[in-house]
Design a protein around this ligand. Structure first.
Ligand SMILES: Nc1ncnc2c1ncn2[C@@H]1O[C@H](COP(=O)(O)OP(=O)(O)OP(=O)(O)O)[C@@H](O)[C@H]1O
Ligand SMILES: [Mg+2]
Length: 218
């Protein structure tokens, strides 16, 4: 929240989507950007209802915007092996103040002016087409090359950008490391194991979605 930045007013702005934690708005200041605000009372309710919250002493583990801010500062992203690091990531523009609370400002992913569809929506409609298999394979190779640390990769946290007649997957949520012991953060060896496991679980989740979500996906 820079000294000169001005509070953004989201009154009268309709959210275009929401997840379990945040509401997403097109920025009234820059229509190429997305503003994500925590659901009203989310933190307060968690604070009230969760005994372990008090032991944590802060809301870092619960606040998705804080989690994301830290996650974008991971080594793979701040000192990337090459510029292809941005091929599969929505750009992150920091936190801004809004009248609904602090917002995480990111690149809004669109296709011909329409907000990009999630992988989940695509799979439910089209299934595992050759085009999306190819997009998933490129995405896997990128994860392995850069060793980007993510939480479990869920199809509604990836959106599809159309680039030169091909489909390109972009992570719009879920960066960060899931492991309690932060070994993958410091060791390439553990990062590789960690990333392989995320890819394996991504496929398990995709097949679970496609099978009508029977049983457990992990
Ligand atoms: N940068 C973006 N560009 C296009 N669409 C986006 C973008 N960010 C979010 N969305 C859409 O908004 C939805 C909710 O956003 P997001 O996943 O960040 O919310 P969340 O509450 O953190 O999600 P979760 O329920 O996974 O915790 C996404 O599933 C996607 O459809
Ligand atoms: Mg999400």
């Amino acid at each position: 929240m820079g000294y000169y930045s001005q509070m953004i007013n989201l009154d009268g702005v309709q959210s275009f989507a929401e997840g379990g934690n945040r509401k997403c708005y097109i920025s009234p200041i820059n229509p190429k950007r997305c503003l994500k605000v925590l659901h009203e009372n989310l933190l307060e309710n968690l604070q009230k209802n969760s005994a372990w919250y008090k032991r944590l002493g802060n809301s870092d583990g619960l606040d998705d915007n804080l989690r994301e801010e830290k996650a974008y500062k991971q080594k793979a992203i701040i000192s990337p092996i090459n510029s292809s690091i941005w091929n599969h990531l929505a750009k992150w523009h920091g936190m801004v103040e809004t009248n609904l609370g602090p917002a995480s400002e990111t690149e809004l992913i669109t296709n011909d002016g329409e907000i990009a569809e999630t992988l989940e929506a695509y799979l439910f409609r089209e299934g595992l087409t050759p085009e999306i298999k190819s997009a998933l394979s490129n995405f896997e190779n990128w994860l392995r090359a850069h060793l980007v640390l993510t939480k479990n990769i869920i199809p509604h946290n990836l959106v599809i950008k159309k680039e030169n007649n091909a489909l390109v997957l972009k992570i719009i949520d879920g960066l960060g490391s899931k492991s309690f012991i932060p070994l993958p953060k410091y060791s390439k060896f553990f990062a590789r194991i960690y990333v392989e496991r995320r890819i394996e679980l991504m496929w398990s989740r995709i097949h679970w979605d496609l099978s009508g979500r029977n049983g457990n996906w992990k």
